[in-house]
Design a protein around this ligand. Sequence first.
Ligand SMILES: Nc1ccn([C@@H]2O[C@H](COP(=O)(O)OP(=O)(O)OC[C@H](O)CO)[C@@H](O)[C@H]2O)c(=O)n1
Length: 546
Amino acid sequence: MRVCDRVRLSRGPFQARPSGFRDCDQVGWGGRGPAWRRDGQREGSGCALTPGLEGRVGSLRPFGSGPDDPGGGGVAVQRGRSPRQLRASSEVRRASSRSGQSCLIQAPAVPSAGAQTPSPWGRRRQSRLPGSRIADPGIRKKPAMDLGDRASSSPPPNFRRRLHFLRKSQGAALSAPLVGGEVAEPVAREDLAADPPRESRVEVMDDKPGPGPVSETSEFLFSFGVIADIQYADLEDGYNFQGNRRRYYRHSLLHLQGAIEHWNTEGSPPRCVLQLGDIIDGYNAQYKASEKSLELVMNTFQMLKVPVHHTWGNHEFYNFSRNYLTNSKLNTKFLEDQIVHHPETVPSENYYAYHFVPFPQFRFILLDAYDLSVLGVDQSSAKYQQCLKILKGHNPNSELNSPQGLSEPQFVQFNGGFSQEQLNWLNEVLTFSDTNQEKVVIVSHLPIYPEASDSVCLAWNYRDALAVIWSHRCVVCFFAGHTHDGGYSEDPFGVHHVNLEGVIETAPDSQAFGTVYVYSDKMMLKGRGRVPDRIMNYKRENAFRC
Ligand SMILES: Nc1ccn([C@@H]2O[C@H](COP(=O)(O)OP(=O)(O)OC[C@H](O)CO)[C@@H](O)[C@H]2O)c(=O)n1
């Protein structure tokens, strides 16, 4: 076997963005997964990807479903792509080598979510805490619902929960340092509400260091709002499962109102707002308040003067079935933009995903991270059985919400994954965007990049989503929620991963939302309250130089 042009980065710490990719037909990565040889065989272990599906990228068997697939993790892409796909995509994906032989390249290893150390998630609270007595300036006072194990007026032990990305000891682990995270330089203060950062101006932020001057060549184009994990419930304050983060169930609606008022009064209104999922808390279901709470939050969103795109998270499925959501106001697929003469870019009805163009040459893609999930699915359905098999294949715990002892801690019941069908569709849309030199923003409830998250709060098959995204040059950033603590990292291909701080765990005297100002050469997230500012430059071209 001859393996040519391999950039092997998977067995050691990440050192630098790879360069010199040449003549290759495959992109894969390390992690614990295998590399592809040119004879189509894998070396290494744990790959979930299947080569050779015509016209498909990143074709995979469901995790652990194949006889030779221990469900370990690493993924490789992508044999058998159509000529059109190959033409339209970046140089790194050219089909044939100069020598006429296909050859292998291995992209930067994906940081693994796996942890060899015990997970703090294993800590269950031992005792039930007393009911809350905290006065909340929320919508109204009402006897609290019984929050059971999670409600408390007593502050929990103040231990840190923030899970850092944990390195694996056996080769998989790479731990790419945070290459991005360009938190802006401190500058003077000024309220941006009246006017976005314009070119050639020293801009100032209202509540934290801002992104600083915008260059002469940087042209402001448009903006959009982002908000995550509102998780409203008409409940007294409580705590998260670990008992270390306070949850402000009622106040979350006031936070939303504040965000909407802000967006409505921006001098240059945002084109749209992206709601990143978990709009109401699962406790609503327990108290049969799901519809009422959703109505209250949706009525609040009615005040917004621009369109809102709703993503679905785990708490949507605690409250509603997928069928209900499809027919609800949380389905904003009617806002999609279709691409004429490109039927391959039309999403299937089997998942909740679509794309739209808020501004010429900028395409936004909303993904369904619970496309593969045991949540919201009829337990008698084949899909439920399939998803349960995947989950149990990676999580032997009797409590499927517990990541205790898992090498892939993201395989918990409150996470989900992307079907191959959805990933194929994503690949088609990104292929179109590459061809048409569009910039792409992707949103999903679940994060997909471990460096920007903790090791648990990731999509089951986050590697597969990354494989597709990394095989295109058009993606600028990926917005997600779910983690509540927030996070950011720029991956080795220059994609900015932003996990937004959750509204639900934001104290009444703070805020948690942001506005992204889009320029000709960058996007600038102006965070409010505990959401940090970020500068996200477009620099993907460099990552694909062959
Ligand atoms: N180890 C765990 C963790 C959670 N659960 C249960 O799973 C459900 C979802 O948990 P919850 O914390 O409410 O989920 P969020 O989406 O709000 O937050 C995600 C991350 O936690 C943020 O850091 C719920 O029923 C929990 O009780 C569990 O059983 N075991």
